[in-house]
Design a protein around this ligand. Structure first.
Ligand SMILES: *Cc1c(COP(=O)(O)O)cnc(C)c1O
Length: 399
């Protein structure tokens, strides 16, 4: 072996890539949570009002979910020991799938390890290289990756643009199979997809209709059943995806639809076939979460009253909160460095609201992304608002 080969670092190019990330001002360290995921939490040795989690209903620390998980650990251990299709399907997994199907009012449901796996695994299993995927430009990364894995042709329509979607559907009738796919609630803007119009178009053109309700489940619709319930589209949306990691407070993703769809995914969705199933504690905690959704409707009511209080406060202060209609409320400031400075100064003053810039959102539309939860107190929200006011004035974001 020559000296040159001995000393050459084949990953040396990553040093350059990281240097570029730093030069672009995009270098980030991970905020570390010390303790529980709660409305007031300790990150990086600092107590802050937490406006950055997806823990909409406060279920990450709910006593019933904890007890269910502990009981499952005591009875069943900590791991499932296999993928679902070999020896890793436990009765708890089947019970959770039946529970989710009942909740969403579909024939059947399948649980994946994450929402990401649910989207990527489903889109890539259902569509193939001769097919077409019509996708909203702000759809989640897991949809985009699933679409790429499918090798289908991908056409992106402008955000929530029903007319553009209609034109695309008219132009592409030669494809054997077409999928129309949208997020139900968009994760960076908090706006809601025009589901009735999109669903009607998909049906009129014989396309498969799929929605990703990661941010709508537990939030919109009766007892948090999602956008399909919110818009009363039961029976019209072929594939509904949801996550168990956000409002449900635990971990996982699921797909709901016909019995045939779910059986097909049991046979063809690669994360289902090739990655180990959830530990029993995860399935047990999720089951308890669905009990809580049905039995504690006041949580969703609190989520929405807190959302209104916080949004009204931001509007009164003169912040630009875009077109949000849900608990996800962006505070749009423009340039990425200003958003990051705003976020850092707020953190120093005890408010955690993540700054988000390009490429996650468009250039010039950098923002803080805030989410209030059902478990924030009014006092906490008011304190957050007054800190936002102080820091926003100091930085010239509001007058
Ligand atoms: C978070 C999210 C996912 C992924 O869900 P996980 O359970 O966290 O993997 C999928 N789609 C959307 C729209 C999301 O916001």
């Amino acid at each position: 072996m020559s000296r040159a080969t001995e000393t050459r670092n084949p990953l040396g190019f990553l040093d350059e890539a990281m240097a570029q990330i730093r030069a672009d001002g995009l270098y980030r360290t991970l905020r570390v949570l010390e303790g529980e995921q709660k409305p007031e939490a300790r990150f990086d040795h600092k107590d802050v009002i937490n406006l950055s989690s997806n823990n909409y209903l406060g279920l990450t620390t709910h006593p019933r979910l904890r007890e269910a998980a502990l009981d499952a650990v005591r009875r069943l251990g900590v791991g499932s020991g296999s993928v679902r299709t070999i020896a890793g399907t436990m009765d708890l997994h089947m019970e959770l799938e039946r529970r989710i199907a009942t909740f969403k009012r579909t024939e059947a449901a399948v649980v994946f390890q994450s929402g990401f796996a649910a989207n990527a695994g489903t889109v890539s299993a259902v569509l193939g290289k001769d097919d077409l995927i019509l996708s909203d430009e702000l759809n989640h990364a897991s949809i985009i990756d699933g679409a790429r894995l499918s090798r289908a042709t991908i056409k992106v329509f402008p955000h929530r643009d029903v007319k553009a979607l209609e034109r695309l559907l008219e132009e592409t009738s030669a494809y054997p199979r077409r999928l129309v796919i949208t997020d139900g609630v968009f994760s960076m803007d908090g706006d809601v997809a025009p589901m009735p119009a999109i669903t009607a178009l998909a049906r009129a053109h014989g396309a498969i209709m799929m929605v990703d309700d990661a941010h709508a489940s537990g939030v919109l619709g009766k007892a948090g059943r999602g956008t399909v319930d919110h818009f009363d589209l039961h029976g019209q949306v072929d594939i509904q995806v949801g996550t168990l990691s956000k409002a449900i407070g635990v971990l996982g993703g699921y797909v709901c639809g016909s019995k045939t769809l779910i059986e097909y995914l049991y046979h063809r969705a690669r994360p289902f076939l090739f990655s180990t199933s959830h530990p029993p504690a995860v399935a047990a905690a999720c089951l308890a979460a669905f009990d809580v959704l049905e039995q504690e409707p006041e949580r969703i009511e609190r989520l929405w009253s807190n959302t209104k209080r916080f949004k009204d406060g931001l509007a009164r202060l003169g912040f630009d909160t875009g077109i949000s209609e849900t608990p996800i409320t962006p505070i749009i400031v423009g340039e990425a460095d200003l958003a990051m400075r705003f976020s850092d100064d707020l953190f120093a003053r005890g408010v955690f609201a993540q700054g988000i810039g390009f490429p996650t959102v468009a250039k010039g539309r950098a923002r803080l992304r805030t989410i209030v939860t059902a478990t924030h107190t009014e006092a906490e929200l008011d304190r957050a608002l007054s800190t936002l006011e102080d820091v926003g004035r100091t930085l010239g974001i509001i007058r």
